[in-house]
Write a protein that binds this ligand. Sequence first.
Ligand code: WTA
Length: 656
Amino acid sequence: MSSTIESVLHENRHFPPSAEFAAKARVSGMEAYHALCRQAAEDYEGFWAGLARERLSWKRPFTQVLDESNAPFYSWFADGELNVSYNCLDRHLPELANKLAIIFESDNGTVTRVTYAELHRKVCQLANGLKSLGITKGDRVLVYMPMSIEAVVAMQACARIGAIHSVVFGGFSAKSVNERIIDAKARLVITANSGVRGGKIVALKDTVDEALAMGGCESVERVVVFKRVLHEDGPWTLGRDIWWHDLVAKQPEVCEPTWVLADDPLFILYTSGSTGKPKGVQHSSAGYLLGAVNSMLWTFDYKPDDVFWCTADVGWITGHTYVAYGPLAVGATQVIFEGVPTYPDAGRFWKMIEEHRVTTFYTAPTAIRSLIKLGGELPKQYNLSSLRLLGSVGEPINPEAWIWYHEVVGGGRCPIVDTWWQTETGGHMITPLPGAVATKPGSCTFPLPGIMADVVDEAGEPVELGKGGILVIKRPFPSQVRTLWGDPERFKKSYFPEEFNGKYYLAGDSANRDAEGYFWIMGRIDDVLNVSGHRLGTMEIESALVANPQVAEAAVVGRPDAIKGESVVAFVVLKGARPSGAEAKALVAELRDWVAKEIGAIAKPDDIRFGDNLPKTRSGKIMRRLLRAIAKGESITQDTSTLENPAILTQLQEAN
Ligand code: WTA
């Protein structure tokens, strides 16, 4: 990462929006952006209330705006009533019934299209099906689905009846599914018999079976199974498992939405934090949806004839906000893709952009970097002239990748919105408004109107421009996390620490503002890694390793990686003797698979090194900065005088 940061800090090229783009943009020019920011600063509540009235459809209008009486458990629009699925579907039907809502392309290239009227019908039927199984408002439903129209239908159907979904990324293991079911006490699981990615079958239902068999899942009454592929299915548990097509077959095509209060939870999404246990980030209905709509309009400058494509999986926050909710809430046509960017070859994204005439393309720097490596010239073979706007999300984008994205994919004419935000913020926070802000490669530029972001020191005092510090949001905003499911204390401690009087939202990132006030994100300040844009807790991987009977102790650190941003390096102390040669190699493979089973393949360490012990201070604290240096292959220049066992450094440097 340090080389990226170096190049980022010396980056000073400006890319203002073209006059043509700016002329048509919803927010055109810096004056218009500043005017919105001023409005928010002068009348904070009035600003948000105005947007919430204008951009959301309410069953019962709210009379309260921000309630800070139980800070930091902030409440927005508390007495208003609405339904998120109504906002995403029903309200468009008078005008957009026959507009395409989703263009779904499967792994093997089959394309399925659904209109708003058809999507509405599918959601209503599943919602009625869920009701027939006794699912009601407030119940938790775990969704473990491949990328598909049905994944969105499942989420929308939950929203329609006020059930709280907890989507788990299809790459997570049975153990992870099990833990999430237990934590949320899910009553129902929605899955598919399989998914297909890169030509390979992913047996989701088998994983759900395994998760349920691990115990502790007594809360689960039924498992709804979508038949995605025709193949011989695994065991069927009578009375528990039910095919999706059977469930919806005779259901009415209309389902009256269940009206919920603005702050009633829409979903829980588990994400990694600094401790071993993933946190169940709980989002509201109205505030979250407002964040999704605002960013569709501001960041993506949404236009009715756009074809929007966000490549994220619905298992992550990006797939929640910019696949399952945001595009539908504004009535957009969007592309959903089942597969992977490299199958059947590295031209897949570009081919799909050409075929579906995509106008707005939103992906992660990791994907961009790997596609540059696999075929930097490939985009030129496709007609990408439909594109008008590009987006980046999930991790810092290095200027080299930015410039390639801009030139080769965007033909030099499309603004790039580098969007900084988090699972906890629900929607974009710091990002260019493409018709206003001159972008700089590697900077997420300025906060959206109404987002009071700042960079402060340890005491919470703003730092001078040009000096790095801690990224905070100084005022509550509608789309922010409401609490951590079942753990309000951890919510307070994680995000509103005492150091800042419990007032500032602590993002967990460090940042720098340059002389012109542009924000540059420098990376996490906690023990969270960002591997291919995915959040992983070092403690989470350590706990997984230590759960192996052969492992006595483990420490995990990140190492800069040219493609993935960061890779996972684990230092492991075994209960038995330290292995070498072929034996060590075999154990490395075994432990990698072990982590994949405990968490998921995304968490597999890239490098595992065995030591007789770990570098510790005399008080027993593992010195991670030394491990980070060893992982990078750097010579150790840091002070090691407080180290209990200096000889271990040489051993770990030489290991494997
Ligand atoms: C990082 C993903 C730099 C950051 C939406 C944040 C970024 C974490 C950017 C959240 C960006 C996300 N530039 N860093 N544009 N976007 N991050 O919860 O460290 O999976 O705290 O949400 O990703 O990851 P999460």
